[in-house]
Design a protein around this ligand. Sequence first.
Ligand SMILES: Nc1ncnc2c1ncn2[C@@H]1O[C@H](COP(=O)(O)OP(=O)(O)OP(=O)(O)O)[C@@H](O)[C@H]1O
Length: 492
Amino acid sequence: MASTEATPAQETPAQETPAAGTPAQEMPHETSAEKTHDPLEEAQVDGAGPPGNGAPLADTQFKVEVKLADLQADPNNPLFSVKSFEELQLSEELLKGIRHMNFRQPSKVQEKALPLLLMNPPTNMIAQSQSGTGKTAAFSLNILSRIDTSNPEPQALALAPSRELARQILGVITHMGQFMNGLTTTAVIPDPSRRGQPFNAQVLVGTPGTVQDMLRRRLINSKHIKILVLDEADNMLDQQGMGDQCTRVKQLLPRDLQIVLFSATFPPNVIAYAQRFAPSSNTLTLAHEELTIEGIKQLYIDIDKDHDKYATLLKFYGLMTQASSIIFVRTRRTAEELEKRMVAEGHKVAQLSGALEGPDRDRIIDQFRSGEAKVLITTNVLARGIDVESVTMVINYDVPTMANNIDADPETYLHRIGRTGRFGRVGVALTFVHNKTSWQQLHAIATYFKTEMYPIDTSDWDAVEETIQNIIKSSRAGKSTKEMTEMITGGR
Ligand SMILES: Nc1ncnc2c1ncn2[C@@H]1O[C@H](COP(=O)(O)OP(=O)(O)OP(=O)(O)O)[C@@H](O)[C@H]1O
């Protein structure tokens, strides 16, 4: 796989925000006082690979596929489709690539978006679809269908908010295009080792700051670029730094450009800007209520005090290591502190935040993908897009909030919990609430998505463990959503 990386440029870190969910009716304890303001705590919050995209599900493949067929036959499921990939006007090389990835049938977003994306003359597109439903493959197939392999110059550019996501998308495109003779792909992310070298590949995938820098320094020849994709587009256009960077990148590209914006979320304040960024687009959008994924069981735990959060986290360690888990925290400092404490107590955890250097970040995410590291503590830098099939548990140690650390951030919550339950799989999302404010934040999120969040009954830890274990195991046994809900609620 081609995966060179680019020169340093200051990437604007995405905002890091927590989220909380709506429990049943009752209000949890209102014991602890609100946290006192600590400027250091506020200081470093992050905002929102290799081929194979995701750790293998080894022994479980067959059962998951059986279950997938059922889901794809259900018209209400986001994975539903009536067409086959063969009907989507794709080249034989690409169909071969898709088969090689074990994709049997397109998902709803793939089936709907691809004919519109592949139309000639090319038309802009804004497309929304739930997390883990195959948006990457949809825009990657469009990119690959439009590459002229006889021309070595850059022809398509995809931008993502983190280096990890850019590397992952590059992995998908390279994997999918492996039977296209002469296809070249490269990452454009900070890499001091290639200072001054031009980016000659046909498909470039990068982070906006570095891409902007390389275009300005003419290390990317933009003359033949005909497609610009923004993955996690709401995040890319909304955030101060990245919005500016993406706009400048667009200004440095030819006018005759197909602009493609994908995300699971397009909050109302971004959609108008997105429409200006990608004028006259075909659009596929969803209502808030349609965004949650049934396979992700949303639980919350009511903790007496902020102080007790760490002790509570440790109680879940055994469950976290059964498959893979991600713990989301608000600040880089909390990420570092949690890692230090857990490692000092003999637990095996890895930590990744925007505070680390690129090569360390690559090493850590690769260890997590391979299963070498099973528990990853991170900030919102990895809230979006990261696809590791084996993740069965996501813990929101801090509820995701907006930059003011007061208002709930439903979009970030949705992206964080979407790191599990990928493409028909099952997962548990567990949010910690520890005072009135965090409970209200979670409640606001649950109300926004009109979704149900179930409280964990801490009076019986054995029962808690069993419940979660059953859900995690059910991802392998192909349990139905109804059966799983009964497991959580005890048939209530
Ligand atoms: N048609 C398909 N059949 C089977 N698996 C698929 C199909 N399309 C995609 N997948 C797999 O589903 C997983 C999720 O896909 P992807 O990462 O593209 O989701 P996404 O919609 O971009 O999610 P997010 O909103 O989190 O960015 C990946 O592991 C991918 O390989």
